[in-house]
Design a protein around this ligand. Sequence first.
Ligand code: 5GP
Length: 181
Amino acid sequence: MVSGPGGVGKGTIAERLLESDDRLWLSRSWTTRERRPGELEDSYVFVDRAAFQANIDAGGFLEWAEFQGNFYGTPWPDPPPGLDIVLEIDVQGARSVRAQDKDALLIFVDTPTRADQARRLRGRGDPEEAVQRRIQEGERERSRAHELDAVVVINDELDRAVDEILDVIERRRRDELEPDT
Ligand code: 5GP
């Protein structure tokens, strides 16, 4: 699971992880949020509230959460055999997944400083009010991630951060193969 405050670059990191490790499989979430200008069409399944609610009622989500007035949900993942699932998810969603799978690894990606986070949010065109809300939400997410024993990775330099995460994943795979060593 990849979490982190808004503007930290989780989406880019998730893409890069997928490109670098062919044993990873990315789950595509559903959201009721509007697509941002320039955002890829397939970054989410964009739906209206009625469709989202219908999928909740049908038991179609592994987890879902409301985040700043919009719904986000992870459909039940169905990866090809042998692949590890990557979820880009907020920390409350991560908590819910962890409750269902205690071995789910949580990587919390953070910006080097709050000022970097604000700059990145403004840079992608978020209105100032949303920037402030996401910064505050980021503070809450940091402390919740800590409670979930997240591995914190600072996105100071994209290639370095991606390599660090790939290494954490690889070590986790080895530990699972050799639990007693
Ligand atoms: P954004 O609007 O910036 O794309 O996402 C807002 C927040 O929702 C981010 O923290 C993102 O990780 C989280 N998120 C994205 N997909 C899901 C999901 O399926 N479930 C949950 N719980 N959070 C999600």
